[in-house]
Design a protein around this ligand. Structure first.
Ligand code: UGA
Length: 435
């Protein structure tokens, strides 16, 4: 099929490259000329495992094209809108990118088409866009079916998530768009057997509900972790016990610093805002979000209690800045929040992340006592303690000899990835979350 993807961020680029890999002719359109110039040379501006190879392969076989021009991009039959919808600062998504892409599509589309909204959008947006398209194109007798196909790609495993989805949600307004999209996804359906058809509003809400549920699940286990700490129970054992009940499952049941990234916090805020506007009791989602916002303070409290007033003289190493493993994304990352808060109370912070580059975090530049390390054990000799903020594989089995170089031999593990017994056996003080 001939597809245009509008927006080449995490969602758009992965979706475009994966559809191209399935044999479709895909044009990816972005208004940023720098991004498109780089993509034409298969250079991806963010880290996502295997994505650059996929882009290169499909550029070479000409299944994938990149453009900044709506005139070129609008020759296709199916349009996927994958533009960003960041938090507007008041808890609702900012729809500026969406509105401007819709405006440009109205000016350029010249024949019947299917418009698929992949961006996470307030419930009811699909219907509004559909109505405005109808009004605009009626005199030209052009029909645009507006469908909702929310994405469930996790950064760091997005390509795998695309090819082996747990489910594909298709919110369609009529049988013809339903059949065309089912056909587009048919090769994936046979891999996952989970193509679920529904109304556009149900599809929009399914996306929000899924993210809010997973965020709530994490906040739930983080609350249980507090009880575990008070009672000498071990959160790892509790997770295993709970997670082996198939109705609960062990995924997203890791206690720790909590969730960050560009999705869970933003989507939960958007749902809360919707609930408030519609006078719906929002106690579950709001408290799950509040619990999450408090996680960073719980770890800081452990650090303050351990060092007391001597903290001001300490140099501390921080491992991990990205909001989770396998990505260089630091949007709403708990690690960034932690280093900003902690930097005021210590002599120096030495930070290391396998993928995040110093120049990408402009907001840290003004913190003069934060220094980026080139390798994870650099400067251990002159540091006092270690804090782990992201669960990178590389941090799971640290070298004990290196850890012994830390002057105070203490670790604060915000992701619960180290074995507390092993640390204690090696005379290293260990503080996890819930154990
Ligand atoms: C999330 C969803 O998982 C995707 O399905 C969805 O498509 C995406 O949002 C989106 O809306 O675009 P993502 O934000 O990439 O994906 O990250 P997740 O893997 O879901 O992790 C979110 C946060 O939860 C991370 O900060 C992670 O460290 C934290 N987390 C995860 C925990 O604290 N504990 C866990 O057990 C699992």
């Amino acid at each position: 099929m001939n597809i245009t993807i509008i927006g080449t961020g995490y969602v758009g680029l992965v979706t475009g490259a994966c559809f191209a890999e399935l044999g479709n002719a895909v044009t990816c359109l972005d208004i940023n000329p720098e991004i498109i110039k780089n993509l034409k040379k298969s250079k991806v501006s963010f880290y996502e495992p295997d994505l650059e190879d996929l882009v290169k392969r499909n550029l070479d076989n000409q299944n994938l094209k990149f453009t900044t021009s709506y005139n070129i991009g609008c020759k296709n039959d199916i349009f996927f809108i994958c533009v960003d919808t960041p938090d507007d600062g008041k808890g609702s998504p900012n729809l500026t990118s969406l509105n401007s892409s819709i405006k440009k599509l109205k000016q350029t589309i010249k024949r019947d088409a299917i418009l698929v909204l992949k961006s996470t959008l307030p419930i009811g947006t699909n219907r509004l866009i559909s109505n405005s398209m109808q009004k605009h194109f009626l005199p030209q007798k052009i029909n645009i079916d507006v469908c909702s196909n929310p994405e469930f790609l996790k950064e760091g495993s997005a390509i795998k998530d695309f090819f082996y989805p747990d489910r594909i949600i298709l919110g369609t307004p009529n049988n013809s768009s339903r059949a065309i999209l089912a056909d587009l996804y048919k090769s994936l359906k046979s891999r996952s057997n989970k193509l679920i058809h529904m109304s556009v509003e149900s599809a929009e809400l399914t996306k929000y509900a899924s993210n809010a549920f997973l965020g709530t699940k994490i906040s739930f286990i983080n609350e249980i972790a507090l009880i575990a700490e008070k009672t000498n129970a071990n959160i790892h054992e509790v997770k295993e016990g709970m997670g082996s009940d198939q109705r609960i499952g062990s995924e997203f049941l890791n206690a720790g610093l909590g969730f960050g990234g560009s999705c869970f916090p933003k989507d939960m805020k958007a749902l809360i805002s919707f609930e408030k506007k519609n006078k719906i009791d929002n106690s579950i989602i709001e408290n799950a979000l509040l619990r999450n916002q408090n996680q960073v303070h719980l770890l800081l409290e452990k650090i303050y209690n351990y060092f007391g007033s001597s903290l001001r003289k300490k140099t501390i190493v921080v491992w991990g800045l990205s909001f989770k493993t396998n990505t260089d994304d630091t949007r709403d990352a708990v690690a960034i929040k932690l280093v900003k808060l902690l930097s005021h109370n210590v002599k120096a912070l030495h930070v290391f992340d396998p993928k995040v580059k110093e120049e990408s975090i402009i907001s840290l530049k003004k913190y003069k006592n934060i220094r980026f390390l080139n390798s994870k054990y650099e400067n251990f000799n002159s540091s006092n303690a270690l804090i782990i903020c992201t669960e990178w594989d590389d941090f799971f089995n640290p070298n004990i000899k290196q850890l012994h170089k830390l002057k105070d031999k203490v670790i604060f593990d915000g992701r619960n990835i180290l074995d507390s017994k092993m640390m204690e056996k090696n005379n290293i003080s260990y503080f996890g979350m819930g154990s």
